[in-house]
Design a binder for this molecule. Structure first.
Ligand code: RUB
Length: 320
Protein backbone atom coordinates (compact mmCIF):
# COMPACT_ATOMS: atom_id res chain seq x y z
CA UNK A 1 0.00 0.00 0.00
CA UNK A 2 1.41 3.37 -1.00
CA UNK A 3 1.11 6.25 1.44
CA UNK A 4 -1.00 9.36 0.83
CA UNK A 5 2.13 11.52 0.69
CA UNK A 6 3.77 9.26 -1.86
CA UNK A 7 0.65 9.39 -4.06
CA UNK A 8 0.67 13.19 -3.76
CA UNK A 9 4.30 13.31 -4.95
CA UNK A 10 3.45 11.02 -7.87
CA UNK A 11 0.62 13.33 -8.84
CA UNK A 12 2.93 16.35 -8.71
CA UNK A 13 5.44 14.64 -10.98
CA UNK A 14 2.80 13.49 -13.47
CA UNK A 15 1.02 16.85 -13.62
CA UNK A 16 4.33 18.73 -14.17
CA UNK A 17 4.00 20.62 -10.93
CA UNK A 18 7.49 19.19 -10.55
CA UNK A 19 9.10 20.07 -13.86
CA UNK A 20 12.41 19.36 -15.61
CA UNK A 21 14.38 16.12 -15.50
CA UNK A 22 16.65 17.11 -12.59
CA UNK A 23 13.75 18.15 -10.38
CA UNK A 24 11.85 14.99 -11.31
CA UNK A 25 14.85 12.94 -10.13
CA UNK A 26 15.14 14.98 -6.93
CA UNK A 27 11.42 14.68 -6.16
CA UNK A 28 11.44 10.95 -6.92
CA UNK A 29 14.38 10.33 -4.58
CA UNK A 30 12.76 12.38 -1.83
CA UNK A 31 9.41 10.61 -2.21
CA UNK A 32 11.09 7.20 -2.20
CA UNK A 33 13.20 8.03 0.85
CA UNK A 34 10.13 9.17 2.80
CA UNK A 35 8.20 6.11 1.71
CA UNK A 36 11.01 3.76 2.71
CA UNK A 37 11.24 5.46 6.12
CA UNK A 38 7.57 4.72 6.70
CA UNK A 39 7.42 1.10 5.48
CA UNK A 40 5.94 -1.13 8.19
CA UNK A 41 7.03 -4.33 6.43
CA UNK A 42 7.75 -7.09 8.93
CA UNK A 43 10.13 -9.14 6.80
CA UNK A 44 12.89 -8.34 4.32
CA UNK A 45 10.82 -10.07 1.65
CA UNK A 46 7.84 -7.79 2.26
CA UNK A 47 10.10 -4.76 2.44
CA UNK A 48 11.53 -5.59 -0.98
CA UNK A 49 8.03 -6.09 -2.42
CA UNK A 50 6.89 -2.71 -1.02
CA UNK A 51 10.01 -1.06 -2.42
CA UNK A 52 9.45 -2.53 -5.86
CA UNK A 53 5.86 -1.32 -5.93
CA UNK A 54 6.89 2.26 -5.08
CA UNK A 55 9.77 2.21 -7.55
CA UNK A 56 7.56 0.96 -10.33
CA UNK A 57 5.09 3.80 -9.81
CA UNK A 58 7.90 6.33 -10.03
CA UNK A 59 9.50 4.61 -13.03
CA UNK A 60 6.24 4.85 -14.97
CA UNK A 61 5.24 8.34 -13.78
CA UNK A 62 7.01 10.17 -16.61
CA UNK A 63 8.13 7.83 -19.36
CA UNK A 64 10.98 9.91 -20.84
CA UNK A 65 13.12 10.50 -17.74
CA UNK A 66 16.28 8.33 -17.69
CA UNK A 67 17.87 10.43 -14.95
CA UNK A 68 15.15 9.34 -12.53
CA UNK A 69 15.41 5.78 -13.86
CA UNK A 70 19.19 5.81 -13.27
CA UNK A 71 18.57 6.82 -9.65
CA UNK A 72 16.06 4.00 -9.21
CA UNK A 73 18.36 1.50 -10.95
CA UNK A 74 21.26 2.34 -8.62
CA UNK A 75 19.03 1.79 -5.58
CA UNK A 76 17.54 -1.41 -6.91
CA UNK A 77 21.02 -2.74 -7.60
CA UNK A 78 21.76 -2.44 -3.88
CA UNK A 79 18.87 -4.72 -2.94
CA UNK A 80 18.81 -7.26 -5.71
CA UNK A 81 20.56 -10.56 -5.19
CA UNK A 82 21.50 -9.58 -1.68
CA UNK A 83 20.54 -11.30 1.55
CA UNK A 84 19.79 -8.46 3.96
CA UNK A 85 19.98 -9.36 7.66
CA UNK A 86 17.05 -7.26 8.76
CA UNK A 87 14.49 -4.73 7.60
CA UNK A 88 16.17 -2.02 9.66
CA UNK A 89 19.60 -2.67 8.19
CA UNK A 90 18.23 -2.62 4.67
CA UNK A 91 16.23 0.55 5.32
CA UNK A 92 19.30 2.34 6.70
CA UNK A 93 21.46 1.23 3.80
CA UNK A 94 18.96 2.36 1.18
CA UNK A 95 18.37 5.74 2.80
CA UNK A 96 22.14 6.29 2.92
CA UNK A 97 22.37 5.33 -0.73
CA UNK A 98 19.63 7.76 -1.76
CA UNK A 99 21.22 10.60 0.19
CA UNK A 100 24.67 9.93 -1.29
CA UNK A 101 23.22 9.75 -4.78
CA UNK A 102 21.48 13.10 -4.41
CA UNK A 103 24.62 14.76 -3.02
CA UNK A 104 26.67 13.45 -5.92
CA UNK A 105 24.11 14.81 -8.41
CA UNK A 106 24.33 18.25 -6.86
CA UNK A 107 28.11 18.22 -7.19
CA UNK A 108 27.67 17.20 -10.83
CA UNK A 109 25.34 20.17 -11.39
CA UNK A 110 27.95 22.54 -9.97
CA UNK A 111 30.62 21.20 -12.33
CA UNK A 112 28.29 21.51 -15.32
CA UNK A 113 27.61 25.16 -14.40
CA UNK A 114 31.34 25.91 -14.30
CA UNK A 115 32.21 24.07 -17.54
CA UNK A 116 29.19 25.54 -19.30
CA UNK A 117 29.92 29.12 -18.22
CA UNK A 118 33.48 28.78 -19.52
CA UNK A 119 32.16 27.84 -22.93
CA UNK A 120 30.07 31.03 -23.16
CA UNK A 121 32.32 33.69 -24.64
CA UNK A 122 32.15 37.30 -23.45
CA UNK A 123 29.27 39.27 -24.94
CA UNK A 124 27.27 36.16 -25.91
CA UNK A 125 23.58 36.20 -26.64
CA UNK A 126 21.97 32.84 -25.93
CA UNK A 127 18.69 31.32 -27.09
CA UNK A 128 17.14 28.67 -24.88
CA UNK A 129 13.93 26.64 -25.09
CA UNK A 130 11.65 25.48 -22.26
CA UNK A 131 12.98 25.56 -18.70
CA UNK A 132 16.03 23.60 -17.69
CA UNK A 133 17.56 23.85 -14.21
CA UNK A 134 20.91 22.85 -15.70
CA UNK A 135 20.81 25.57 -18.33
CA UNK A 136 19.76 28.11 -15.70
CA UNK A 137 22.77 27.23 -13.54
CA UNK A 138 25.09 27.83 -16.52
CA UNK A 139 23.41 31.11 -17.46
CA UNK A 140 23.59 32.45 -13.91
CA UNK A 141 27.26 31.50 -13.63
CA UNK A 142 28.09 33.04 -17.04
CA UNK A 143 26.25 36.22 -16.09
CA UNK A 144 28.07 36.38 -12.75
CA UNK A 145 31.33 36.19 -14.70
CA UNK A 146 30.21 39.04 -16.98
CA UNK A 147 30.08 36.88 -20.10
CA UNK A 148 26.38 36.93 -20.90
CA UNK A 149 24.72 39.83 -22.65
CA UNK A 150 21.15 38.66 -23.14
CA UNK A 151 19.04 35.51 -23.08
CA UNK A 152 16.27 34.95 -25.62
CA UNK A 153 13.85 32.22 -24.65
CA UNK A 154 10.70 30.66 -26.05
CA UNK A 155 7.45 30.71 -24.11
CA UNK A 156 7.20 26.92 -24.80
CA UNK A 157 3.70 25.85 -25.67
CA UNK A 158 1.51 24.26 -24.46
CA UNK A 159 2.45 24.51 -20.77
CA UNK A 160 4.54 27.71 -20.92
CA UNK A 161 7.62 26.48 -19.08
CA UNK A 162 9.25 29.59 -20.60
CA UNK A 163 7.49 31.56 -17.88
CA UNK A 164 9.49 29.66 -15.25
CA UNK A 165 12.62 30.62 -17.20
CA UNK A 166 11.38 34.24 -17.24
CA UNK A 167 10.89 34.35 -13.48
CA UNK A 168 14.31 32.88 -12.79
CA UNK A 169 16.16 35.10 -15.26
CA UNK A 170 14.43 38.16 -13.89
CA UNK A 171 15.26 37.19 -10.30
CA UNK A 172 18.92 36.79 -11.31
CA UNK A 173 18.85 40.20 -13.02
CA UNK A 174 19.77 38.77 -16.42
CA UNK A 175 18.58 40.83 -19.43
CA UNK A 176 16.07 38.57 -21.15
CA UNK A 177 13.59 38.53 -24.02
CA UNK A 178 10.65 36.16 -24.29
CA UNK A 179 9.61 35.14 -27.79
CA UNK A 180 6.90 32.95 -29.30
CA UNK A 181 8.03 29.43 -30.16
CA UNK A 182 7.25 30.17 -33.79
CA UNK A 183 9.54 33.24 -33.76
CA UNK A 184 12.70 31.24 -33.03
CA UNK A 185 13.96 31.38 -36.64
CA UNK A 186 13.93 35.17 -36.72
CA UNK A 187 15.64 35.60 -33.37
CA UNK A 188 18.27 32.89 -33.85
CA UNK A 189 20.10 35.29 -36.15
CA UNK A 190 20.70 37.57 -33.15
CA UNK A 191 22.11 34.72 -31.04
CA UNK A 192 25.61 33.33 -30.68
CA UNK A 193 24.52 30.06 -29.11
CA UNK A 194 21.49 27.78 -28.79
CA UNK A 195 21.65 26.20 -25.33
CA UNK A 196 19.18 23.58 -24.11
CA UNK A 197 18.86 20.96 -21.42
CA UNK A 198 18.20 17.29 -22.09
CA UNK A 199 15.83 14.64 -20.86
CA UNK A 200 17.64 11.72 -22.44
CA UNK A 201 20.73 10.94 -24.47
CA UNK A 202 20.36 7.84 -26.62
CA UNK A 203 22.93 5.23 -27.67
CA UNK A 204 23.64 7.04 -30.96
CA UNK A 205 24.14 10.34 -29.13
CA UNK A 206 20.81 11.82 -30.16
CA UNK A 207 19.17 14.21 -27.77
CA UNK A 208 15.66 13.98 -26.35
CA UNK A 209 14.41 17.32 -25.06
CA UNK A 210 11.25 19.44 -24.92
CA UNK A 211 9.26 19.30 -28.13
CA UNK A 212 10.45 22.04 -30.46
CA UNK A 213 14.15 21.54 -29.72
CA UNK A 214 14.75 19.53 -32.90
CA UNK A 215 13.33 22.21 -35.19
CA UNK A 216 15.27 25.04 -33.55
CA UNK A 217 18.45 22.95 -33.59
CA UNK A 218 18.14 22.31 -37.32
CA UNK A 219 17.49 26.01 -37.94
CA UNK A 220 20.46 26.92 -35.76
CA UNK A 221 22.69 24.77 -37.92
CA UNK A 222 21.49 26.48 -41.07
CA UNK A 223 22.27 29.91 -39.50
CA UNK A 224 25.70 28.77 -38.27
CA UNK A 225 24.65 28.98 -34.61
CA UNK A 226 26.01 26.14 -32.48
CA UNK A 227 23.68 24.02 -30.34
CA UNK A 228 25.08 22.90 -26.97
CA UNK A 229 23.01 20.77 -24.58
CA UNK A 230 23.69 20.67 -20.85
CA UNK A 231 22.95 17.51 -18.94
CA UNK A 232 24.14 15.19 -16.23
CA UNK A 233 25.64 11.88 -17.38
CA UNK A 234 22.74 10.09 -15.72
CA UNK A 235 20.52 11.18 -18.58
CA UNK A 236 22.21 8.64 -20.82
CA UNK A 237 19.74 5.82 -21.37
CA UNK A 238 21.77 2.57 -21.40
CA UNK A 239 18.77 0.45 -22.42
CA UNK A 240 18.77 2.11 -25.86
CA UNK A 241 22.13 0.42 -26.55
CA UNK A 242 20.24 -2.87 -26.61
CA UNK A 243 17.51 -1.64 -28.91
CA UNK A 244 14.95 -0.70 -26.26
CA UNK A 245 13.03 2.30 -27.46
CA UNK A 246 13.08 5.62 -25.62
CA UNK A 247 9.37 6.14 -25.17
CA UNK A 248 8.29 9.69 -25.92
CA UNK A 249 5.71 10.85 -23.40
CA UNK A 250 2.36 11.75 -24.95
CA UNK A 251 0.53 14.38 -22.90
CA UNK A 252 -3.25 14.97 -22.81
CA UNK A 253 -4.94 16.74 -25.74
CA UNK A 254 -6.56 19.14 -23.29
CA UNK A 255 -3.17 20.78 -22.60
CA UNK A 256 -3.23 22.03 -26.21
CA UNK A 257 -6.91 22.89 -26.60
CA UNK A 258 -9.80 22.05 -24.32
CA UNK A 259 -12.24 21.85 -27.21
CA UNK A 260 -13.54 18.60 -28.65
CA UNK A 261 -14.40 18.82 -32.34
CA UNK A 262 -15.71 16.08 -34.59
CA UNK A 263 -12.87 14.39 -36.52
CA UNK A 264 -10.24 16.51 -34.83
CA UNK A 265 -7.33 14.76 -33.21
CA UNK A 266 -4.67 16.64 -31.28
CA UNK A 267 -1.20 15.16 -30.82
CA UNK A 268 0.78 16.41 -27.85
CA UNK A 269 4.21 14.75 -27.55
CA UNK A 270 6.18 16.28 -24.68
CA UNK A 271 9.58 15.74 -26.29
CA UNK A 272 11.31 15.32 -29.63
CA UNK A 273 14.58 13.78 -30.78
CA UNK A 274 17.43 15.87 -32.20
CA UNK A 275 19.96 13.79 -34.14
CA UNK A 276 23.49 13.92 -32.72
CA UNK A 277 24.86 15.63 -35.83
CA UNK A 278 23.04 18.87 -34.98
CA UNK A 279 24.44 19.10 -31.46
CA UNK A 280 27.96 20.48 -31.23
CA UNK A 281 28.56 19.12 -27.72
CA UNK A 282 27.02 18.00 -24.46
CA UNK A 283 28.06 19.88 -21.35
CA UNK A 284 28.26 17.19 -18.68
CA UNK A 285 30.05 16.76 -15.35
CA UNK A 286 32.46 14.46 -17.21
CA UNK A 287 33.43 17.27 -19.54
CA UNK A 288 32.22 18.87 -22.76
CA UNK A 289 31.97 16.15 -25.36
CA UNK A 290 30.43 15.59 -28.80
CA UNK A 291 27.26 13.51 -28.25
CA UNK A 292 28.53 10.34 -29.96
CA UNK A 293 31.75 10.44 -27.92
CA UNK A 294 29.74 10.89 -24.76
CA UNK A 295 27.60 7.85 -25.65
CA UNK A 296 30.80 5.84 -26.25
CA UNK A 297 32.21 6.95 -22.90
CA UNK A 298 29.04 5.88 -21.09
CA UNK A 299 29.09 2.52 -22.88
CA UNK A 300 32.61 1.93 -21.55
CA UNK A 301 31.94 3.30 -18.10
CA UNK A 302 28.79 1.26 -17.53
CA UNK A 303 30.53 -1.79 -19.05
CA UNK A 304 27.48 -2.35 -21.18
CA UNK A 305 29.11 -5.20 -23.10
CA UNK A 306 28.59 -7.24 -19.93
CA UNK A 307 25.14 -6.13 -18.82
CA UNK A 308 22.60 -6.72 -21.57
CA UNK A 309 20.63 -9.33 -19.59
CA UNK A 310 20.48 -7.08 -16.53
CA UNK A 311 18.93 -4.21 -18.50
CA UNK A 312 16.49 -6.49 -20.30
CA UNK A 313 15.24 -7.93 -17.02
CA UNK A 314 15.03 -4.48 -15.42
CA UNK A 315 12.83 -3.26 -18.25
CA UNK A 316 10.62 -6.33 -17.94
CA UNK A 317 10.36 -5.80 -14.19
CA UNK A 318 9.30 -2.16 -14.52
CA UNK A 319 6.63 -2.78 -17.17
CA UNK A 320 3.01 -1.87 -16.38
C1 RUB B 1 11.65 19.99 -19.43
C2 RUB B 1 12.75 19.87 -20.42
C3 RUB B 1 14.11 20.27 -19.93
C4 RUB B 1 14.85 19.00 -19.49
C5 RUB B 1 16.12 19.32 -18.74
O1 RUB B 1 10.50 19.28 -19.81
O2 RUB B 1 12.60 19.43 -21.54
O3 RUB B 1 14.86 20.88 -20.93
O4 RUB B 1 14.00 18.25 -18.65
O5 RUB B 1 15.80 19.92 -17.53
P1 RUB B 1 9.23 19.23 -18.83
P2 RUB B 1 16.80 19.95 -16.29
O6 RUB B 1 8.85 20.63 -18.54
O7 RUB B 1 8.20 18.46 -19.61
O8 RUB B 1 9.65 18.51 -17.57
O9 RUB B 1 18.03 20.64 -16.77
O10 RUB B 1 16.03 20.72 -15.28
O11 RUB B 1 17.09 18.55 -15.86
Amino acid sequence: MLSKNFKKSLKEIKSLKVQGASEVRKAAIKALALEISGFSSKSVMHFKADLLLAMKELWLSRPTEPEMRTALRVVLHKVQGKEAESVEKLRKELLGELLAFERQRQEAMRKIAIYGARSITKGSTVLTHCHSHTVMEILKEAFRQGRLERVYFTETRPLFQGRITALELSKAGIPATMILDSAAAGFLKKCSLFLTGADAILSDGSLVNKVGTQGISMLAESFGVQHFAACSSHKFDPATVFGFEEVIEQRPESEVWGKKLKKLRIENPAFDVTPAKYVKALITEKGILPPTEFAGLMYEELRLDKHEKEFASLIRLMKK
